[in-house]
Design a protein around this ligand. Sequence first.
Ligand code: ZN
Length: 173
Amino acid sequence: MFRMRAGKRWAMAGAFFLLAAASTVRAQQQPAESRDPSAPAAPQPAGSASPSDEKKTSVAHDAAHPIAKEEHRFWDRENDWLFAGVAAGRASDYASTLNLRRRGIDEAFLTNSIVDNHPLFAGIEAAATVTSVGVSYLFHRTGHHRLERWTSAIHIGVAVGGSIRNYALKTPH
Ligand SMILES: [Zn+2]
């Protein structure tokens, strides 16, 4: 009973993270769009259009469209390590859940029949890793490189935290 509730709390935390991430994406996109039409509205004194002003305008234009510019390769060194961390986190979730099942404790997230089907459970862990990398890639392609990294970092935290919790659960006597 208590474990069910703990599992739901993790699921809620994950859902809240996705909601927060989605609303951050929207919040970051809105000001860029609304800034565009208001920028040239400032009154310009006659004869002030020097080449340096033109340069400033084009810089401001670039800043308003961060999506167009590629900041780094997706498979850079940092993402290599982050994705390796996510995969390691899922592997430790897999190992710690099987350890918990061997000790006769019920799985909180999935049903026991899924977890006890080891190839299926391993496939779910692999799919979770692939999905996480996919979400990172979407953030990367839309220019949200911080969210891209945070997706992996939070996933690692949740997976490692869940594994520690699995090992910490007391074996019933
Ligand atoms: Zn990126």
